[in-house]
Write a protein that binds this ligand. Structure first.
Ligand SMILES: [Mn+2]
Length: 460
């Protein structure tokens, strides 16, 4: 199967994609509000779709990268001074039934997403690769399919799709992972000869994306890491006190410079090092600053993570606990630190439960549970979902308190709910206690024990 066949199959099998293409064919003269996830895949996805919208004749495209994953009606209202809008497009953000609420507000809504589905979306037009049961990809790859089917694709879209795929861990060239054989891999094989510079191995350094090994990397991973640092990586790792970055909106800083690469495509195809790449960025001083601060934070956090404590085992995996205060980069460093701990202590497999505090955009103190696992033995996304459910039993604020994720990566955050950290901490630890107690009596589980074990991710 080649990329053209992949696109054609998607068009045939995805009703959402079919309807989405029809609406994008019809944007001439329209004013569009475009939301992207505030991470590298989000800015890359938004770049591809902004070009599509402009080629199809949209009269105005206002692009925003709101904090957080889901889309909420109040975020649309916050942009009303740039309106009125005829169309709302969301890329690489959550596929939640909240999208329908925007249609109910009277705004036609399109969404392109590769994340798990939460609730049934009935009114908005959604292209989500999980609806056609495709293997894991990125938002940018789905945007590339959209652009290709609309006849809008150009070389810069390939670069953007690659950044999103790499930054969302959909491909890992240094370990020979080029994505699902039925979906992403054929495309990578087609374009790889055109982007050899990005795929060449660089020995001696590892980026946050080199989780399978730490001995080498690629230029693609290095550039994706810079994008992570500049966008704030969906975790709002911003530097409000920095004299340069403090004055800038970091996701927009990444997006706007990324868009300009289209005019430098010949040079982009020839870059052979990160230094070469940075020369193409007009606001390189700000980009470099974000990257330097990121790297400094990274090495600090790696050191602190050494204090993570093993607290027990469940389903043949060791559980580590790490508690910290306002530490950045926890989720990314956690995965890598966990792999090293598990190897050193010969655990076989492991999971790390990290509890951190964070200052929210509204200046409140929030609690962040970040979980990582080396295998599918403990489904950490489910633990995060159960944590949020537990906290919502007490605080009943699901707009702010949410949790979920994949088997190997999950997050739960209290955000602006005003949950005292001690209470959140208590509930996190008591969930761990419940999990360990359940594990201890695994051989004599009742039906309700089994049900709870599934909810807590230690049985399937
Ligand atoms: Mn994504």
């Amino acid at each position: 199967m080649n990329f053209k066949e992949i696109c054609d199959r998607e068009l045939k099998e995805s009703e959402g994609l079919k309807n989405l293409l029809k609406k994008l064919e019809d944007v001439k003269g329209k004013r569009v509000l475009l939301f992207g996830h505030d991470d590298p895949d989000g800015t890359s996805s938004a770049s591809i779709i902004k070009r599509v919208l402009e080629k199809k004749g949209a009269s105005f495209v206002h692009t925003v990268f709101p904090e957080g994953f889901d889309v909420f009606p109040y975020e649309i209202e916050a942009e009303s001074k740039y309106g009125p809008f005829d169309l709302f497009v969301s890329v690489d953000k959550g596929s939640k039934d909240g999208l329908d609420k925007i249609v109910e507000m009277g705004l036609d809504t399109l969404a392109i997403d590769h994340h798990f589905l939460m609730g049934e979306i009935k009114k908005a037009t959604l292209f989500n690769s999980l609806l056609t049961k495709r293997s894991y990809c990125s938002g940018s790859y789905l945007c590339l399919i959209v652009s290709t089917l609309l006849g809008c694709v150009e070389p810069i879209d390939e670069f953007d799709a690659l950044i999103g795929l790499k930054a969302d861990f959909a491909i890992d060239p240094t370990s020979g992972n080029f994505g699902g054989a039925d979906f992403v891999k054929p495309w990578i094989e087609e374009i790889k000869p055109r982007w050899e510079n990005l795929f060449k191995e660089i020995p001696g350094t590892a980026t946050l994306f080199d989780t399978a090994q730490r001995e080498k990397t690629t230029l693609l991973s290095q550039i994706a890491e810079v994008y992570f640092a500049v966008t704030g990586g969906a975790f709002q790792y911003f530097y409000p006190d920095d004299p340069i970055l403090g004055k800038l909106n970091q996701p927009l800083l990444c997006f706007e410079e990324n868009l300009k690469l289209n005019t430098k495509i010949d040079k982009l195809k020839k870059v052979n090092s990160l230094e070469d790449f940075m020369k193409l960025i007009d606001k390189r001083e700000a980009w470099q600053r974000a990257y330097d601060l990121f790297k400094r934070n990274w090495s600090d956090v790696v050191k602190k993570m050494e204090t993570a404590v093993p607290i027990g085992r469940a389903n043949d995996a060791t559980i580590y606990l790490f508690v910290s205060d306002k530490l950045p980069l926890i989720p990314m460093v956690g995965g890598i630190a966990l792999a090293e701990k598990v190897k050193k202590n010969a655990d076989g497999e492991g999971m790390i439960f990290m509890i951190n505090t964070e200052i929210t955009s509204q200046g409140k103190l929030g609690t962040h549970f970040s979980l990582r696992a080396t295998s599918d033995k403990i489904h950490v996304g489910k633990i995060c979902q159960a944590s949020a459910a537990r906290l919502n039993e007490v605080f009943n604020n699901p707009t702010e308190i949410s949790g979920g994720g994949h088997p190997r990566a999950g997050e739960c955050r209290t955000r602006n709910a005003g949950v005292p950290h001690g209470i959140a901490l208590y509930h996190g630890i008591s969930l761990l206690r419940e999990l360990l107690e359940l594990e201890a009596k695994r051989s004599s589980w009742t039906d309700s024990d089994k049900k709870r074990a599934v909810e807590l991710g230690i049985a399937s």
